[in-house]
Design a protein around this ligand. Structure first.
Ligand code: GCU
Length: 686
């Protein structure tokens, strides 16, 4: 398998001679400047020397003195060398994880300063500088100040200790096998580097569905191994978290209850926390899925989520740890005959009344949509619905419902829509980004969490182009104001080089792919229509008569879920006034979410001018053609992308177009038979 695929965005391919000539004079020497304890600075220098060495063919020397004519000065702003170089305004603008990149011209010497407030900031600055070289930017007059938007920029792994990965599509776990730690430290180190290079600073390594073995991760016998993993991530500024089992006091501690208000239970958790921190002094905290999909939680004891989260938060507080409590809570034993229960409402109904009741070191982790990572969903109304509570936006990088890394589905444009969504919580301009980072609501904690899409496959992600989703998640968590186009352009250049034809073609493919996938799968925001349990491939009624609360209600007249306040489930009323009104009315509801909010006849005319049924036919015929177009576009790159990666991506794109035809035919046939309405263009429907 291609080495280049393994290296992902740390590939550092040799630059063309013109570029090399421009950069080389600056890059002969790396000077470190720091005062006191700054362990990540060594990491930063090492990364610079390796990356530059690989791109320019000459590894920079390391030096503590700055007497060469031109050099890179990497350090912390409080060091003797860097103090006084920056103006007051810049100094003040740099936060704890932030940095400055500055080309400094002095009479006797010129250098590029890569300066963080802390050594961690300097490490991020070093990766930024490397990215400039990878993407062919000018470095002669740098004046950059960067700070991350989100404090928490986290990756959640759904890895089980037997080595399987829940919803994983790229092989087995890089952490665990056979109920134990795999111990492949080099691979974990490479992974930590990849994380730091895109600014990620936290990781939870085990599945939120915590089974028996994983319950023991906080027990004395496994903590030394957990600590070893934490050591590796620490070198790259990444803090380690664990998912915990709410019933641990019973399953691990031998108590008879896990009641969060029971003094013995509280004491048990406090002792566990003390022990965890004895092994891992900078441990991040606990991630919790409770009272959700058969996981234990406070409901068993008649307590609420605030009782549960606060109990754990109290245990972690002395060590600066946080509790990340997931809001993915709903009734998964619903009766499909019961039209009054609406799964989309559940998270808001459970959590909204608890606003203001959580401790300061609790963060609620909320999926982008109210249901479950479908190809299209509205934004969860919890964003902007709980201004007194720390929140984190949870995105699914792993492509569970979006083609399972066999299909190309680049999710950055989808995430951008969620991040930019205006909740109107504090009037116009109250974006999800503002809420999730805490900037809008003035919360101390917040950020972004993404469910990992990597495994032990040599390419990390199976589909090489799926690396872009991981990369893009990291970049957005750092800077949600970046556009999809900017992130895409960066990733393509870093991964495939700067040839304009390559950059143009792959960028287009990525940017179009989500809409293409949406076109040939479930229409107009209704979601699902997948095979139960593994969730791959079309099955229109797969979830229609099930207990999971995910229905489309298609009959011979029409389709969709009435979630209006006036005649439906009332979900639309969970939003603030402006979005609530927009979704409530069938006239103003955007086409792409129409069936999420309204039940309409097949003959209903969309804003596009087409009827719903004709839209279904057209989008599915078109989606298949577009999927074929992706493979065709890629074929145009033969010879411009190295043979191994070319072949690997091509085979996936071919599978995708074949499978898109299956989707097209199943969906079109189903709705033709249901509605009895023919395609206006008389194309083949079975
Ligand atoms: C989805 C997914 C589950 C996962 C759950 C979660 O429902 O299918 O496998 O456990 O999300 O987010 O907890």
């Amino acid at each position: 398998v291609p080495r280049d695929a393994y290296k992902a965005w740390l590939r550092y391919a040799p630059l063309n001679p013109d570029q090399a000539e421009e950069y080389a004079p600056w890059c002969g020497t790396v000077v470190a400047a720091f005062s006191g304890h700054a362990p990540l600075l060594a990491t930063a220098c090492e990364e610079l020397r390796d990356g530059i060495g690989s791109m320019l063919g000459r590894r920079p020397q390391e030096s503590r003195s700055s007497d060469s004519e031109r050099f890179l000065l990497v350090g912390t702003l409080d060091s003797a060398e860097l103090k006084g170089l920056m103006d007051e305004a810049d100094m003040e603008a740099v936060g704890d994880e932030g940095y400055v990149l500055r080309t400094v011209e002095q009479p006797e010497r010129r250098f590029i300063a890569i300066a963080g407030k802390t050594d961690k900031g300097a490490l991020y600055g070093a990766f930024h500088f490397l990215r400039l070289l990878q993407t062919g930017q000018r470095i002669r007059d740098l004046r950059v100040v960067e700070n991350p938007a989100g404090k928490l920029r986290m990756i959640d792994h759904w890895d089980n200790m037997d080595g399987s990965i829940e919803r994983g599509y790229a092989g087995r776990s890089v952490f665990f096998h056979h109920g134990a730690f795999l111990g492949n430290w080099n691979r974990i180190r490479d992974y930590a580097r990849m994380m730091a290079a895109v600014g990620l600073n936290a990781i939870s390594i085990n599945n939120v569905n915590v089974n028996e073995t994983a319950t023991r991760l906080i027990a004395p016998e496994l903590l030394p191994s957990v600590a070893k993993v934490a050591d590796v991530f620490r070198e790259y500024g990444v803090r380690l978290f664990l998912s915990i089992n709410f019933a641990s006091p019973i399953e691990l501690g031998g108590l008879t209850t896990a009641d969060p208000l029971d003094p013995q239970v509280r004491e048990w958790w406090a002792e566990r926390a003390t022990d965890v921190y004895r092994h891992i002094p900078d441990f991040g905290g606990f991630l919790v899925k409770a009272d959700s999909e058969f996981r234990p939680g406070p409901f068993t004891y008649g307590r609420d989520h605030a009782d549960g989260a606060n109990m754990l938060a109290e245990a972690l507080q002395p060590y600066d740890g946080v509790v990340i409590w997931r809001c993915f809570v709903y009734d998964c034993l619903q009766d499909w005959r019961d039209r009054s229960t609406d799964r989309a409402r559940a998270a808001y109904d459970h959590f909204r009344p608890l606003d203001g009741k959580f401790r300061e070191n609790v963060i609620l982790q909320i999926k982008n949509g109210p249901v479950d990572f479908q190809v299209r969903e509205p934004v969860s109304p919890l964003f902007g619905g709980m201004p007194l509570t720390n929140q984190v936006l949870e995105l699914q990088i792993t492509q569970e419902y979006t083609g399972q890394q066999r299909h190309l589905c680049y999710l950055v444009p989808q995430w951008k829509e969620a991040i930019d969504f205006d909740t109107y919580a504090l009037g116009e301009g109250s974006t999800v980004a503002g809420v999730a980072t805490g900037a809008l609501t003035d919360r101390p904690l917040g950020g972004f969490a993404g469910i990992a899409n990597i495994g032990d496959e040599p390419s990390w992600t199976g589909h090489i182009l799926a690396q872009a989703n991981y990369y893009g998640f990291g970049r957005l968590a750092w800077s949600p104001t970046l556009t999809s186009e900017q992130i895409t352009d960066e990733w393509v250049r870093i991964t495939f080089g700067n040839d304009p034809a390559v950059v143009e073609t792959i960028s287009r493919m990525l940017l179009d792919s989500w809409h293409i996938y949406e076109n040939y799968t479930s229409p107009l925001g209704i979601g699902w229509m997948v095979n139960p349990s593994h969730h791959y491939g079309p099955n229109v009624d797969g979830y229609e008569y099930s207990k999971w609360g995910t229905y489309h209600f298609a009959d011979n007249q029409g389709i969709g879920v009435n979630r209006t306040v006036s005649t439906g489930t009332g979900y639309a009323g969970q939003y603030h006034d402006v979005p609530a009104a927009r979704y409530e009315s069938v006239e103003s509801c955007p086409d792409e979410l129409l069936l999420f909010f309204h039940h309409v006849p097949y003959t209903h005319v969309l804003k596009s001018g087409k009827t719903v049924i004709q839209h279904i036919y057209d989008s599915h015929f078109e989606g298949f053609e577009q999927a074929e177009g992706l493979a065709e576009a890629w074929r145009g790159l033969e010879g411009k992308v190295d043979g191994d990666r070319y072949a690997s991506v091509l085979s996936r794109l071919q599978q995708q177009s074949k499978h898109a035809a299956e989707w097209r035919d199943v969906i079109n046939t189903y709705f033709y038979r249901k509605s009895g309405i023919s395609d206006a263009h008389n194309r083949t429907i079975y």
